[in-house]
Design a protein around this ligand. Sequence first.
Ligand code: GAL
Length: 339
Amino acid sequence: MMIEKKLFGRTRRGEEVTCYQLSSQSLKVCLLDYGATVQAVHVKDRHGRWRDVVLGYDTIEEYEDWDGYFGACVGRVANRIANGEFWLNGHRYPLAKNDQQNHLHGGLRGFDKYVWSAAEENDGIRFYRVSPDGEEGYPGNLSVSVTYRVVDGTLEMIYDGLSDQDTLCNLTNHSYWNLNGAGTVADHSLQVNAANFLENSTACLPTGRILSVEGTALDLRRPKKIGEGLAADDVHLKNCGGYDHNFCLEGASPAAVLHSDDSGITMTLETSMPGVQIYSGNFITPRSGKGGCAYHARDAVCLETQYYPNAMECEDFEKPVLQAGKPYHHVTKYSFSTQ
Ligand code: GAL
C-alpha cells in the first residue's frame, strides 16, 4: 500500500485542501480532507483498463457549491430527522432545517463541509475533527474520526467517536457508485440481502413501519437490474422518485453486491451497521463532473450504511444515541473484483 499526497485546492475560507492517494495493485483511492471525501476510486475493468467508479469533482469550489454529498462523510446524523428536532433525556433539541421542515445529513453545514485534520497511518489515513457542543443544534463536544484503508481490493472505512454529553451519532459515507465510470446505472445489477425495508413517506422519511420486501421492487434478495426495479409500478419507489430506502440488514454478510456486466466490476459491501440506504441518485440535477463527464439523475447508486433514519421518532428502531464517554465504532468495507 502506498500513500501519495498533493494539494487539491483552497476553500473560499482560505483553507488548504489535500488529496491523499492510497494505492494497492488493484485499487487506487483518492481522498480529500475536505469532508473526509472519497474523490476517486480507480478499479481495473475486464480489459485491464482503470475506471474511476465514483462520481466527484476536480475542484474544491464544486464540492463547496453543491449539496449532493459526493463521496463525503456525512454527520452527525445521516439522512432525515423529522421536523428538525429530537428529544433526548427529557430535553428537546431543535436542529438546523435544511430539507424543507426536516433536518438532513447533519444540517446546513454538515461534516461534509469542513476540512478535517489528517494523520497518515501505516496502511491508511485517518481524518478527524471535533464537532463542538451545539453545532447544528446537537448537544456535546463530539470527536469523530474516519480511517480509510486500502487492503488489496478492499476500501475499509473505520468510524470512531466519543462525546462529553449524551448525543446522536450516525456517520456514513455518501459515495455515488457507477461501476462503468459514467452513464446510467440502470444496467447494473444490485443484490441487497435484506428481507425487510423501511416504509417512507413522500418526503422520504421513514414512517416507522418495517415492511417485507416480498412482492415489491425492493426485493433485491436475488440480483436485479436497477433499471428493472425503477421501471416497476411500485408505490414505494413512486413515493421517493426511485430507490431511496433503508434496508434492514440484520447482520447479513455481504450486505449488498453491485455488478456491471459492461466493465465486469463487482463491488461487495460489508458493514457492522444495521441498515443501508439505497439511493438511486434521483436528485442529481444535470451537471458536469470529473474530467467534464456529464452526470444525470440515476447515473449512480449510493449504498449508505447507517442506523435506521429518523429513528428517534420511530419506536421500534435502534436509536443512534451515543452516551457520554462511550465509544462509537463501526466498520464498512467496499471490496472490488473483476471478472
Ligand atoms: C440521500 C438521501 C436522499 C437525498 C440524497 C442527497 O442519502 O437518501 O433522499 O437527500 O442523500 O441528495
